[in-house]
Design a protein around this ligand. Structure first.
Ligand code: C2G
Length: 152
């Protein structure tokens, strides 16, 4: 009997935290399927993503640890998904601890430690700060050039 593990997420700006979770999950069974949040569902979750659902799905499907990806478009579909996929393990990072325990009548529910010091939000903030540094550098160069120009 194939042992299927199921998980869900946005997986925007795919990073090592996502990879390490999927790698650990893949070792818990023979097959790992992922519910990838649609763009509409992310709006409902209040999450702004950089990558579209199609791009995030394509990246997940290219990951060696993932055997299948399906759309996650609401909070209520998990029970139906678990039954359709015949999943025996439902797993999430522990930022979700306790949130999906109501599924434990049909599937083993587990929460794994998140990977520290990396998140999509931190990546976005880092990019924004680099952009800000570059902008300030350009402004400094402009000021310097203006100062030189006034001396000519
Ligand atoms: N994750 C992790 N370590 C990180 C970042 C994320 O282990 N540094 C895990 C999260 O705990 C989650 C998965 O990677 O289990 C996907 O994270 P997100 O893309 O942020 O997913 P999220 O927005 O939490 O959506 O219905 C459930 C939701 O769709 C989960």
């Amino acid at each position: 009997m194939t042992k299927t593990v199921i998980t869900y997420g946005t997986f925007d700006l795919f990073h090592v935290g996502h990879v390490r979770l999927l790698k650990r999950l893949s070792k818990l069974g023979d097959r790992l399927v992922v519910g990838c949040s649609t763009d509409q569902f992310n709006e409902l979750k209040g999450k702004r993503t950089i990558m579209s659902y199609e791009q995030r799905k394509e990246v997940l499907e290219s990951c060696r640890y993932v055997d299948g990806v399906f759309p996650e478009s609401n909070w209520e579909q998990k029970r139906e998904d678990v039954l359709r996929e015949e999943a025996s393990i439902f797993a999430m990072g522990d930022d979700w601890v306790g949130k999906f325990d109501e599924l434990s009548d049909i599937v083993e529910v587990i929460y794994l430690p998140r990977t520290q010091d990396i998140s999509t939000t931190e990546i976005k903030e880092l990019v924004a700060s680099v952009k800000q540094d570059k902008k300030q550098e350009l402004l400094n160069v402009c000021d310097h050039l203006m100062a030189l120009a006034t001396r000519l």
